[in-house]
Design a protein around this ligand. Structure first.
Ligand code: GDP
Ligand code: CA
Length: 318
């Protein structure tokens, strides 16, 4: 079975670990979000691609959910001693090596997709990881500050400001001119099932869908498309997804997120048992819906979620 998954960082990566356990023989292609990418200290950093690669490759800091395990921060401390920031972005010594290799390869002319493949040769994530695009796409967030409108990089909004002020718009800068990376449309066309993990619907899955061609390819693939809600009990399980959902006019509920994707894209949607009341409205919107436990508390619970998603996919296929 060929499965395509559109993934952000932590939510996507943890789900993928469960999917690999639930479907050990499946051929899994992950289309990764690169809207979070940022240039720091002259280096190209791809937080979501790295979170997937480290999580599936066994190098992730488990408690934190991002960054390397057994990490140290000497380079960051030395940079700070020179007064060189930003200090709010946590880049560890081991992690730096990834960004150095990536930047060096990009500088030598390799596209990001080829660089990602090369990095994955070390980590062996057990899935094919492709960035959504080789072209630069950068998510920017508009906020109101001191009575005026200000636009900041997504990482500045998310990591530095911890989304503490309301966002008025989320813009994937460069997306309209970006092309899907080689292999993206081919993987979608060859898929038996397409899954949206419980990743951020706006700045992870939404950014991938903003690359021209990807949304249409998924809608036209003619195979079941099933998503899992990142919103449980009216709030994100982790992080501040409610802030960016509000910016695009979507309520932070499991049913509103399903309707935001829409029946033109989604065939099936899983909500948590706490949101069982969302099943009827989602089905009324033309999307098959089931309430099952959706907390990725451990690998077995996550694998059970993945099995439910695959079961729902078979149900809508029938
Ligand atoms: P990011 O790029 O690191 O922010 O990661 P993603 O976009 O892939 O996923 C973030 C989303 O994962 C957040 O909106 C969380 O609500 C969601 N999430 C995290 N843990 C869980 C969980 O255990 N269950 C569900 N349903 N969602 C989760
Ligand atoms: Ca992210």
């Amino acid at each position: 079975m060929r499965i395509v998954v559109l993934a952000g960082g932590i939510g996507g990566a943890r789900f993928l670990r469960g999917l690999k356990q639930a479907a050990p023989d499946a051929d899994i292609t992950v289309i990764g979000n690169t809207g979070d990418d940022i240039h720091l200290f002259g280096l190209k950093v791809c937080p979501d691609l790295d979170t997937v690669m480290y999580t599936l490759g066994g190098g992730i800091n488990e408690e934190q959910g991002w960054g390397r395990t057994e990490e140290s921060f000497h380079v960051k401390e030395e940079l700070a001693a020179y007064g060189v920031g930003p200090e709010w972005f946590g880049l560890g010594d081991r992690d730096f090596a990834t960004h150095i290799v990536r930047t060096q390869m990009l500088g030598a002319g390799y596209p990001l997709s080829a660089v990602t493949e090369a990095l994955c040769a070390r980590w062996q994530p057990g899935v094919r990881l492709i960035p959504m695009s080789d072209d630069r796409v950068e998510t920017h967030v508009a906020i109101e500050e001191d009575g005026g409108r200000k636009v900041v990089h997504f990482q500045e909004y998310w990591v530095k400001m911890r989304a503490s002020v309301d966002a008025t718009a989320v813009v994937p800068v460069g997306a309209e001119a970006a092309k899907p990376a080689p292999g993206v449309l081919e993987a979608i066309a060859a898929a038996d099932v397409i899954l949206f993990p419980p990743s951020n619907p706006v700045v992870s899955v939404g950014t991938i869908l903003a690359v021209p061609g990807i949304r249409g390819a998924i809608a036209d693939a003619g195979v079941p498309v099933v998503g899992l809600s990142p919103i449980v009990g009216g709030a994100p399980v982790r992080g501040m997804a409610d802030k960016v959902l509000a910016a695009v006019g979507v309520e932070s509920t499991a049913s509103a997120v399903a309707e935001h994707y829409g029946s033109g894209l989604l065939d099936g949607w899983l909500v948590d048992t706490a949101d069982a009341a969302a099943v009827a409205p989602v089905e009324a919107a033309g999307i098959r819906c089931r309430a099952v436990p959706l907390l990725m508390t451990d690998l077995d619970a996550t694998a059970a979620m993945a099995r439910e998603a695959l079961t729902l996919a078979e149900e809508v296929r029938a």
